[in-house]
Design a protein around this ligand. Structure first.
Ligand code: NDP
Ligand code: MG
Length: 391
């Protein structure tokens, strides 16, 4: 066993059939004695969910798409694994007693189950950044109220979490989120205007799901991460900044007021931050290659270009605007990314759509989960209306 001090840790994974789910389960597979799988969820991929549930001896498998329950039951018949489908089943998966819940559903679809996990007051490892961006203070309040430990899996936030350990945030001068710059980092506006979905999902450094890959190409991913960081690390918006770092080796940094900068470095492999959360506060071995800085040779940094990539500016403005702005931005982005991926929207119209929907100025300041879900719904309707002429 390669975990030093962790054993018999029970684990549920929301979004087990996705990219983060696969990386998490790869680590579990290599440390079978250390973890017990309680619940796994998917949305449409019944075959993958059933195979994972059988392989890891899950107690419960839940599929998001209700219509697929008979297929899931058939695929798991004779296994003794309990099954469920639909929104209620995802929440049941999140609520089943487990030491750690990995929240790795993509998009605001993961919000209700993530909140349900948080309300259990145990430990939640958060990959599903859209849930935190949308719910914001509603989620962070629930974390405090229920005494939940929230461990960020997003590589930048995991890096910052590690760099802040043992330090009082009052001493922080800067938190710097690094960004690869995505596949179109050096493309001009005309070339980006003609970018195809296949080009957008071909990330130079990371292998990820389709939605976050497109977010990375528009740099909306960094915008969402800016908002995520603002909630997770309350140092104030003026102390958060972004630097483009094409090598994706320095995953983020914290500069203290005495002039010390702490950074977390590692390979571009999500198994590193996931392992940090799975074993926290201990450490576990991963199969990732050791970092060979002599081989890498050069690490470079530059300021983001917010003319070609306005998404980070929109995100910063949403933080400053407060209220429902971040939830609106996230919802509009989800609709626009889906339209781009299905071939109905030019790449450069994704962020334009977000800007247009934000300009509609949805009122209000969500106070509870239902408020957030209502804003999310309304913003999606606005986004569809905004996109109508492009279709
Ligand atoms: P994927 O698209 O690979 O996987 C998404 C998962 O969510 C799948 O299990 C999918 O099920 C499930 N899902 C999709 N839609 C729904 C829905 N409507 N209801 C319930 N479940 C649903 O995404 P990633 O793993 O790449 O990303 C997951 C989250 O982690 C995102 O929020 C992303 O921003 C974040 N993240 C990802 C990183 C990465 O490297 N991939 C890095 C940092 C953060 P099914 O497969 O059955 O359709
Ligand atoms: Mg990230």
């Amino acid at each position: 066993m390669s975990l030093d001090t962790v054993s018999g840790r029970s684990l549920s994974i929301l979004g087990a059939t996705g990219s983060i789910g696969a990386s998490t389960l790869d680590l579990v597979r290599r440390n079978r004695d250390a973890f017990r799988i309680v619940a796994l969820t998917g949305h449409s991929n019944v075959a993958a969910l059933a195979a994972l549930a059988r392989e890891f001896g899950a107690e419960f498998a839940a599929i998001g798409d209700e219509a697929l329950l008979p297929d899931l039951r058939a695929a798991l018949s004779g296994s003794g694994i309990a099954t469920g489908a639909g929104a209620g089943a995802l929440i049941e998966a999140a609520q089943r007693p487990a030491d750690l819940v990995v929240a790795a559903i993509v998009g605001c679809a993961g919000l209700a189950p993530t909140m349900a996990a948080i309300e259990q007051g145990r430990t939640v490892a958060l990959a599903n950044k859209e849930a935190l961006v949308s719910a914001g203070a509603v989620m962070t309040r629930a974390v405090t109220q229920h005494g939940t430990t929230l461990l960020p899996i997003d590589s930048e936030h995991n890096a910052i979490f590690q760099c802040l350990a043992g330090n009082d945030p009052v001493h922080v001068r800067w938190i710097t989120l690094t960004a690869s710059g995505g596949p179109f980092r050096d493309w001009n506006a005309a070339r980006m205007g003609a970018a195809t979905p296949a080009e957008a999902v071909r990330h130079p450094n990371w292998s990820m799901g389709a939605k976050i890959s497109v977010d990375s190409a528009t740099m909306m991913n960094k915008g969402l991460e800016f908002i995520e960081a603002w909630h997770l690390f309350p140092v104030g918006v003026e102390r958060l900044r972004i630097l483009v770092h094409p090598q994706s080796i320095v995953h983020s940094m914290v500069e203290y007021r005495d002039g010390s900068t702490l950074a977390q470095l590692g390979p571009s492999d999500m198994r590193v931050p996931i392992a940090s959360a799975l074993a926290w506060p201990a450490r576990m071995t991963t199969p990732c290659e050791p970092l060979d800085l002599a081989e890498i040779g050069t690490l470079t940094f530059r300021h983001p270009d917010e003319v070609r990539f306005p998404a980070t500016r929109l995100a910063r403005e949403a933080v400053i605007a407060g209220g429902a702005a971040a939830a609106v931005l996230n919802a509009a982005n989800e609709i626009a990314v889906a339209a781009f991926l299905s071939g109905h929207l030019p790449f450069t119209s994704i962020v334009q759509c977000c800007q247009d929907v934000l300009a509609c100025g949805l009122p209000g300041s969500p106070q509870c989960l239902d408020d957030v879900i209502a804003v999310d719904r309304e913003a999606r309707v606005r986004a569809h209306e905004t996109l109508m002429p492009s279709r």
